[in-house]
Design a protein around this ligand. Structure first.
Ligand code: GLU
Length: 503
């Protein structure tokens, strides 16, 4: 294959997801095998959710996984800028091109109109919420509305009949009736582009030959195909990778599983083992071997061996692979150094000193006091979560409400605030109920060093994983229940608990 150019296009709107590393890895393997170029593009069109810190974390996480790219915002390249927020004028230009060619139109629907349409569509069982009422306005009508300063979005004029057919290089032929596809917004009323427009324009301008991305984007591809055709661009080859699945058979999600690459780093996994494990999630080796260094995968890579269906993210298997890597790739004489580099660095240990200083009779109290910083899966027991007058359903709901509050801010101050707010809104005693729940969840014991500071030092990735594990240990929360809890949480009323007793 000649001049292969592939890319990953993450949005910097959350912790670096292990799924991003998975897709990046296959793009890199593909590029290296075919002696092509691997591009990293930052898709930060959603300015309300994108941050510089999340962007930096994407670079850090990928680098930790030994994933390297040839062009990107941090290193430049011939097709930059590689950050979409620096390319807004390009998207305007291309949207105008579609308006001129009659493949897009200005839609003046107000928020109330859209709501009405959506409700009606729901009642009638229609798949598409927007009824295309502004699709056929005359030039004069559009000009009149614009002159009055009515806000508008630019929408794609999806065909009303027929179907979109394309060959996915992994999944085979995909057919989607155009009737199932809405007139996608391309430019929002604030002038910002949506993912679809920016993504297609950039893949074209950056000369991407193969779009290798997660299965969750397959339903967007028909819109993309239409955009390529409307612009008159040649289409890349699409390859939709299998999804990483959680225990529930659904897409691995942060709401239920530890998904941040930093969680795996901080929990003591080796990047080589994680990468090996991720490769197995999407690919079957010819000789059914499971331990495969990256170089060997690159040299023997065969795209037809990429899996078609989702793969369970089995952490026990990852543990097994990790153990193999510890045994086979680290010599005993280097082991302590590697463990030190993992979590016994000066800076981290100094943080623990402030917790331990006044709490030791002898130095030998240090390890038992701080053991939970160096453990991953704590030994949870029923008695740990036995709190007088509070049943286990309540405990897991409290943990979920705390997660709703904390979101991305796991600073000491915010954790303390969260605990008070949840106590108040659940009508529970802060010290007698919330605090013991938190100690049990984070430390696997009833007391220890100062709680809020400990959670902050542990870090949000590992702390969140402990919350999720405790919720799981207490029986888990169904998706339906989770949704209704979220609704209550957002209502700002006193929260509903299955049992709501004060001790
Ligand atoms: N910005 C999208 C994401 O966050 C990119 C999807 C694609 O690769 O087209 O994953």
């Amino acid at each position: 294959m000649e001049n292969v150019r592939v890319r990953i296009a993450p949005s910097p709107s959350g912790d670096p997801h292990v799924g991003t590393a998975f897709i990046a890895l296959f793009n890199m393997i593909f590029a290296r095998h075919f002696k092509g170029t691997f591009v990293l593009r930052i898709e930060d069109t959603d300015q309300s959710r994108s941050t510089k810190e999340f962007e930096e974390n994407i670079y850090k996480a990928l680098k930790w996984c030994n994933i390297t790219w040839d062009e990107g915002p941090d290193i430049g390249g011939p097709y930059g800028p590689y950050r979409q927020s620096e390319r807004f004028s390009i998207y305007q230009e291309y949207a105008q091109m579609l308006l001129d060619k009659g493949y897009a139109y200005k839609c003046f629907a107000t928020a109330e109109e859209l709501l009405e349409m959506r409700e009606l569509a729901k009642k009638m069982g229609h798949r598409i919420g927007y009824d295309r009422r502004y699709r056929s306005l005359s030039k004069e009508e559009v000009a009149e509305k614009e002159a009055k300063g009515e806000p508008y979005v630019i929408r794609l004029k999806i065909p009303l009949q027929g179907e979109c057919v394309f060959e996915d290089a992994i999944k085979g032929r995909i057919t989607t009736p155009w009737q199932d596809i809405d007139d996608q917004i391309l430019i929002k009323s604030d002038g910002f582009p949506t993912y679809h427009l920016a993504n297609v324009v950039d893949d074209h301008l950056m000369k991407i030959t193969h779009v290798i991305r997660g299965d969750e984007w397959i339903s967007s591809t028909a819109k993309h195909i239409f955009l390529y055709e409307a612009f008159g661009f040649s289409k890349p080859t699409f390859m939709h990778m299998p999804l990483l699945l959680g225990d529930d058979g659904k897409k691995l999600s942060k709401r239920k599983n530890p998904t941040s690459v930093f969680y795996f780093q901080k929990s003591g996994y080796l990047p080589e083992a994680l990468v090996n494990f991720l490769t197995l999630m999407g690919y079957s080796m010819e000789d059914a071997e499971e331990i495969y260094p990256l170089e060997k995968i690159i040299s023997t890579f065969d795209p037809t061996r990429i899996g078609k269906s989702g793969a369970f993210f089995d952490q026990k298997k990852l543990d097994w692979i990790n153990q193999k890597y510890i045994i086979e790739t680290i010599e005993e004489k280097d082991l302590w150094k590697r463990i030190q580099e993992w979590s016994f660095q000066e800076e981290f240990m100094q943080k623990l000193m402030s917790l331990a200083h006044t709490r030791m009779k002898t130095f030998s109290d240090f390890i038992p006091l701080c053991d939970f910083f160096f453990a991953d899966r704590l030994d949870l027991t029923e008695s740990l979560f036995t709190i007088k007058g509070v049943d286990q359903d309540t405990i897991k709901q409290v943990l979920q409400y705390l997660l709703f509050f904390l979101q991305e801010d796991w600073s000491k101050e915010n954790i303390e605030k969260a605990s008070h707010e949840v106590a108040k809104r659940c009508n529970l005693h802060h010290k007698k109920i919330i605090i013991p729940i938190l100690f049990a969840t984070i430390m696997g014991k009833r007391k220890g060093p100062p709680l809020f500071a400990s959670v902050a030092i542990l870090g949000k990735e590992r702390a969140r994983a402990r919350f999720l594990r405790a919720i799981q240990f207490l029986g888990g929360i169904s998706n339906k229940k989770l949704l209704s809890m979220k609704k209550f949480w957002e209502s700002e009323e006193i929260l509903a608990l299955d049992s709501n007793k004060k001790s």
